[in-house]
Design a protein. Structure first.
Length: 210
C-alpha cells in the first residue's frame, strides 16, 4: 500500500538525514546523469524531483542551472534540510502517490532511487502518473537498484528497510510500458561512503514521453 510506503520511507529517511547526502555525494554516475538531462532541457524548464531528499545534488544542480524545481519527499527532516540547502527550489512534504499532478505540467521529472520501498504495483502506477505529468516529448530520468527482489528485508546504512525492485530488463520494460521511450541507459557499481554500506548496482534510464 502507498500509505505503508510513505510511513516506512519517512521513518528511514528522517533517521538518515544528512548522512544520506554524504554517503552518495561522490556518485559520478548520478552527476553524469544530471548533466545529460540538463543538456536536453530548454532554459527555465519546470522539473519535478520525486524523492528529493536533502535537495543535493539533484534540485541544487538543476536550480543552479536556472530551472524551476519542485521537490517532493515523504520525510519532513529531508524536506527541511532541502529547503535550507536549496532555497531557490520549492519543496513539499507529501506522498507522491497522493499529490495532485496536472497532465503536461512538467518539462522533466527526476526519480532517483525513490521507488525502492514501493510495491511493484505502486511503482508501475506511479510511473504512469509521472509520464502523464510530462509535456509531450518531456523527459523522465529514473534510477534504481536493478535486482529481482520483492518485499525483501534489508539493512540500509543501519536502517531496516523492505526493498522491492526489478531486474534491469524487466525494469526497462516497465518504464517503456508507462508510455516512455528509453533513449539512453547507464549501469554502474557504487559503494556509498558509509561504514555499513555495501556495493550497489545502479541503473540510470533517460526517457522521453511518447
Amino acid at each position: 500500500m502507498a500509505d505503508d510506503h510513505s510511513a516506512g520511507a519517512a521513518a528511514v529517511f528522517d533517521a538518515l538525514g544528512a548522512d544520506y547526502e554524504r554517503a552518495f555525494a561522490d556518485s559520478t554516475a548520478h552527476h553524469a546523469s544530471l548533466r545529460r538531462l540538463m543538456d536536453g532541457l530548454a532554459p527555465h524548464s519546470k522539473v519535478l524531483d520525486v524523492g528529493s531528499g536533502t535537495g543535493r545534488p539533484t534540485a541544487g544542480t538543476l536550480t543552479g542551472a536556472g530551472h524551476e524545481v519542485l521537490g517532493v519527499d515523504v520525510s519532513p527532516v529531508m524536506v527541511d534540510l532541502a529547503a535550507r540547502q536549496v532555497p531557490g527550489a520549492s519543496f513539499v512534504c507529501a506522498d507522491i502517490h497522493e499529490l495532485p499532478l496536472e497532465e503536461g505540467s512538467f518539462d522533466a521529472v527526476c526519480v532517483y532511487f525513490s521507488l525502492l520501498q514501493m510495491s511493484r504495483g505502486d511503482q508501475s502506477r506511479l510511473l504512469g502518473r509521472l509520464t502523464r505529468a510530462l509535456v509531450p516529448g518531456g523527459r523522465l530520468v529514473v534510477a534504481t537498484v536493478p535486482l529481482d527482489v520483492e518485499a525483501v528485508s534489508a539493512v540500509f546504512m543501519g536502517q531496516k528497510v523492505r526493498v522491492t525492485s526489478f531486474g534491469a530488463t524487466e525494469f526497462t520494460a516497465l518504464v517503456s510500458a508507462s508510455g516512455l521511450s528509453v533513449e539512453w541507459e547507464q549501469s554502474a557499481l557504487f559503494t556509498p561512503a558509509h561504514p555499513e554500506a555495501v556495493a550497489e548496482p545502479h541503473l540510470f534510464l533517460h526517457c522521453r514521453r511518447d
